[in-house]
Design a binder for this molecule. Structure first.
Ligand code: FMN
Length: 159
């Protein structure tokens, strides 16, 4: 296997280990990893997708609103554009869950359920169709409200 080829890079990514055994390092990683969220969506055929995001921000309290940045060609973006729904899953500082989360970041073909591949548990949401993740601490079930100006920006970004 070519270590610089696609398979080599994928293996190196999966083999990455984070040493969180020492106090200061542990709290630095805790701060950094605390911001991680897993976004679950479904596509127009109802197939589940999951991807980690580090850019997720709660930008309003009442009503609760979340924003994050993602390339318009990613499945998460495509799904949200077609269904206008997603779930923000808050990832715990737990090695086993963080390692599973890394697996969901791999570039699987469209339609592959990353929750199944990563062995994370899908549980039904209460108001939206994408599932919540059982291993996550809390979940925010979100609906997109696009105004005309935002829709135009999103379309510009996908070109
Ligand atoms: C820890 C972590 C954080 C990430 N944060 C982001 C992010 O904020 N925005 C983004 O576009 N991609 C981010 N990625 C990369 C996506 O998760 C990755 O491209 C994923 O394959 C997208 O999946 P999808 O095509 O199924 O939506 C992150 C990856 C990891 C491992």
């Amino acid at each position: 296997m070519n270590p610089n080829g696609r398979d080599g890079l994928r293996q190196a990514f999966l083999n990455r280990k984070i040493d969180v055994s020492r106090g200061a390092l542990r709290s630095a990683w805790r701060r950094r990893l605390r911001r991680l969220r897993l976004i679950t969506t479904i596509d127009s055929l109802g197939r589940v997708n999951a991807a980690p995001v580090a850019t997720c921000l709660r930008n309003n309290h009442h009503p609760t609103c979340y924003e994050f940045t993602m390339d318009a060609r990613k499945h998460t973006s495509e799904n949200i554009r077609s269904t206008a729904e997603f779930v923000v899953n808050v990832v715990p500082f737990d090695r086993a869950v963080l390692e599973k989360m890394q697996v969901t970041a791999l570039p699987f073909p469209k339609g592959v359920n990353e929750l199944e591949v990563a062995q994370l548990t899908a549980i039904p949401s209460k108001v939206v169709k994408p599932p919540r993740i059982g291993e996550c601490l809390s979940h925010f079930e979100c609906k997109v409200e696009l105004d005309e100006a935002m829709a135009r920006l999103a379309l510009d970004d996908s070109r």
